[in-house]
Design a binder for this molecule. Structure first.
Ligand code: FAD
Length: 404
């Protein structure tokens, strides 16, 4: 039984970052209310997530089931362009899905304290409390406010109006394929393995994740793939980020909404440049989706009674496989700091902030190094189009990327 401290927190954003903050603060006796602008459940948004120790730690500390979270991959394969195995190495990795993490935390967090359809408009604070005002005109107050409201954070915009994310020069096409819906030869190559195909200025990877209904049962899981492709920000990206209804989106198009011509171009490009097993994987994908790769880092994460967390503060490139784990780490560290400082917010935030900024910057830099060496070793273009020529010249300088 957790002793209530009488402290209240407002969390803005009800995705993984907000839920980690919510469950961790509740675990130390805080009353937490999460406010999410989307009126609907967010599940079905995401694909695979490499399960890192900080996520398991947050689940364990808050009494969430942490045993059956992931599919295990036992080795890595790097493929040649004909689909044969160029290199293989033993490497154990635990792989889960965005939906499983989201669903587990939503079930654990009390429904009456998760407020959907509430969009933050602004924040005011005094020495005693912080007040959030929503676009529907309602207000709420608490002792602490967490901004876990993602890349376009309203909270960050209020305190750091000049800090914006930057487009990294490439996007991730992504997709999911039910285990039973992939042709047998490709399926047996991919099952329980982390498989990469790297070629000049691009790479694609896949791993198996939990399936429909969070199933871990063989035959009921999903292949998850991520393919990094370079697009020029001014002349090409706006086309990719316009959905099938003609709506321009900031940085991602969800499953089912890719414009038909973008999807068609991606599929025929896949047939031209990918190794055959990955061609089959892309072809078997019903609703591919796309996310622009972004870089974001902040110089400050605490502002009086307000703290920024997760993607609102730092967006490392996905090659670090660390975005979700970083959101968990931010929340674990904040709960520890509050306990250590007897729930004194200003002391706790002061001790919490420097390490979170250092961690964010470290991930930002290492992700940029990995991504740039994979995507831009031959300039900024899509050199896959000249793959045959490059291979004939025996230019094979892609470095191995870590990847998510
Ligand atoms: C569409 C999508 C798919 C993703 N898929 C994966 C994946 O497969 N694997 C992976 O590792 N990571 C994935 N991520 C990223 C991963 O979810 C994040 O790294 C992790 O959740 C931490 O991000 P976050 O919760 O801080 O921000 P986000 O996930 O961006 O969530 C921010 C939340 O804040 C809400 N919000 C924004 N503004 C306001 C406002 N003014 N008022 C109230 N609410 C607001 C948004 O609606 C959103 O739900 C995905 C993110 C998105 C958005």
């Amino acid at each position: 039984m957790i002793e209530p401290t009488g402290n209240r927190a407002i969390v803005i954003g009800g995705s993984l970052g907000g839920l980690f903050a919510g469950i961790m603060l509740r675990s130390i006796g805080w009353q937490v209310d999460i406010y999410e602008r989307s009126a609907h459940d967010l599940d079905s948004r995401g694909g695979g997530v490499v399960l890192q120790p900080d996520v398991v730690e947050a689940f364990q500390r808050t009494g969430l089931e942490a045993q059956a979270l992931s599919v295990v991959a036992h080795e890595r394969h790097y493929l040649n362009s004909d689909g044969s195995i160029a290199q293989s190495m033993p490497m154990r990795q635990m792989l889960t899905s965005w939906n499983l993490l989201y669903g587990s935390m939503r079930r654990h967090f009390p429904a009456q304290h998760y407020h959907a359809g509430k969009r933050l408009n602004g924040i005011q604070q005094t020495s005693h409390q912080v007040r959030a005002t929503f676009t529907d005109g309602t207000q709420t107050t608490a002792e602490l406010l967490i901004g876990a409201d993602g890349p376009n954070s309203t909270v960050r915009h209020q305190f750091l109006p000049d800090v914006h994310y930057q487009y990294a020069g490439y996007v991730a096409y992504r997709g999911l394929v039910n285990e039973a819906e992939l042709e047998l030869e490709a399926a047996s190559l991919f099952t329980e393995r982390f498989v990469f195909y790297q070629f000049p200025n691009s790479h694609i990877l896949q791993y198996l994740i939990p399936g429909e209904g969070e199933s871990l049962k063989p035959g009921h899981r999903r292949f998850n793939w991520v393919w990094y492709v370079n697009y020029d920000q001014a002349t090409e990206l706006p086309h990719i980020l316009t959905d099938k209804h003609g709506k321009k989106r900031d940085y991602s198009i969800p499953p089912g909404l890719l414009a038909l011509d973008v999807e068609q171009e991606m599929r025929s490009y896949a047939d031209t440049v990918l190794a055959p097993p990955f061609q089959k994987l892309v072809a078997a994908t019903q609703e591919p989706f796309v996310q622009a790769i972004l870089d974001l880092g902040v110089p400050q994460m605490a502002f009086g009674r307000v703290a920024l967390m997760g993607d609102a503060a730092f967006i490392p490139r996905p090659h670090t496989a660390a975005s979700t784990a970083k959101a968990a780490a931010n929340a674990i560290a904040l709960a520890e700091a509050l306990v250590k400082h007897n729930h004194n917010i200003s002391k706790a935030l002061k001790s919490w902030e420097p390490l979170q900024i250092a961690y964010g910057n470290q991930l930002l830099t290492s992700g940029q190094q990995m991504g740039d060496s994979s995507q831009f070793s031959y300039g900024a273009g899509r050199e896959g189009e000249k793959l045959d020529t490059l291979l004939k010249r025996k230019v094979t300088g892609c470095q191995q990327v870590d990847g998510s």
